[in-house]
Ligand binder design. Structure first.
Ligand SMILES: Cc1ncc(COP(=O)(O)O)c(C=O)c1O
Length: 384
């Protein structure tokens, strides 16, 4: 059986309840939520409503209606950036941002939105002093990745918020990697916007993302269309979540996400986080002891993603060897985060990323380390 260590891309396997919830939504309910008054439509709406409540409780979103379902974190980030930034605006981003942030901003640069990178230390931590200086000039938004998808480097969000709040600048937090594994509260942090994936640490299926927009921010929707509400009016409803949820929602995906969250709540997010960080520690210690391995270590770790290189070996070749010879799934390369690799000094070749999840054990880490040692030893022998 494949040893799957690519949970930073998407978590696998999903908790046992996820498939069942999706199957029930498709087989026993099937109707479109929010669109009709018949029993099945009411049941579909109830599934969506219950899922919103679970997301809101887990992430500290004050009101479940403020939980906006999208198809992934990328869509959530696109709405946040394109709906809030206007020609001439200046936006600050960290040196760890994913292409989900960089590419929309590249597109927005064509209409005069100016993105400025606040550097991060090579250990992944944002330079708070540089952020403070950059905030002295007018800024419309600060956008920061909560934890890097390359190596789990966690940002000091409270410190970043303190600086943003002094100037009244909203913060967009890309919590694609952390929602479900790091405990935080949108309300306590008074976040401007939050974007996250349902299919990563929230343990739901692919096809569902989450967006939160603070009510005082007039963020324009990316799409208009049917919402099942105010159908007599050809203007898009102005209230959430309908303002941003045009078209039929992904009912099975949303049902599966709720089951993923049930699992997290049942196990306790802290327990899941401790487990993942412990596995990351085993990996780091084992890899650090191998000759030629160079770890890309964060100062503060927020997820279990471990990145490294081996002198003289291409990350893609290493991942291929792990796959072919040992049936181990890891991700090599730039992980859609070239800017983060520039910060870490691992651009353009990238790294091998090993990202364990809730279902992995100490034995899995031992098997990975033994297999990897085998690859390194074979290479050393062949060079003699
Ligand atoms: C930090 C970060 N932001 C955004 C994304 C995009 O997430 P999604 O695949 O849900 O669009 C990812 C996915 O890897 C990510 O790691």
């Amino acid at each position: 059986m494949t040893l799957y260590l690519d949970n930073a891309a998407t978590t696998y396997p999903k908790p046992p309840g996820v498939c069942g919830a999706m199957r029930r939504a498709l087989e026993d309910v099937g109707a479109s939520p929010g669109r009709a008054a018949h029993r099945l439509a009411r049941e579909a709406s109830a599934i969506v409503a219950a899922s919103r409540v679970k997301v809101a409780r887990l992430l500290g979103i004050p009101n479940a209606q403020q939980v906006i379902f999208t198809k992934n974190a990328t869509e959530s980030i696109n709405i946040a950036l394109k709906g809030w930034l206007r020609p001439g605006d200046r936006v600050l981003i960290s040196g760890l941002e994913h292409n989900a942030v960089l590419r929309p901003l590249r597109r927005l640069s064509a209409v005069g939105v100016q993105a400025e990178i606040v550097p991060c230390e090579p250990n992944g931590e944002i330079d708070l002093q540089a952020l403070g200086v950059a905030l002295r000039k007018p800024v419309r938004l600060v956008a920061v990745t909560h934890a890097s998808n390359v190596n789990g480097a966690l940002q000091p969000v409270s410190d970043i918020l303190a600086l943003c709040n002094e100037q009244g600048i909203p913060l967009l937090l890309d919590a694609a990697q952390t929602a479900g594994i790091q405990s935080f509260s949108v309300q306590d942090w008074n976040l401007g916007m939050l974007a996250c994936s349902g299919h990563k640490a929230l343990l739901g299926p692919p096809g569902v993302g989450i967006l939160y927009v603070r009510p005082d921010l007039d963020v324009l929707p990316l799409m208009e269309g049917g919402t099942g509400s105010r159908s007599e009016d050809d203007h898009q409803p102005g209230f959430v979540p309908d303002r941003y949820e045009s078209g039929t929602l992904n009912l099975p995906g949303i049902a599966g996400l709720a089951a993923g969250i049930d699992f997290i709540v049942d196990k306790g997010p802290t327990t899941l986080c401790e487990h993942e960080l412990e596995l990351a520690g085993i990996l780091e210690d084992g890899l650090a002891a191998m000759s030629g391995v160079k770890l890309c270590r964060p100062r503060k770790r927020g997820t279990g993603a471990v990145s490294f290189n081996v002198n003289g070996l291409n990350p893609h070749d290493l991942a291929h060897m792990l796959d072919e010879a040992f049936d181990i799934a890891v991700r090599p390369g730039l992980h859609c985060a070239p800017l983060a690799h520039k910060t870490f000094g691992t651009f353009p070749e990238g790294t091998v990323r090993v990202s364990p999840g809730f279902s992995n054990s100490h034995e899995d880490m031992d098997y990975f380390l033994k297999s990897f040692q085998d690859i390194i030893s074979r290479r050393t022998r062949s060079r003699r």
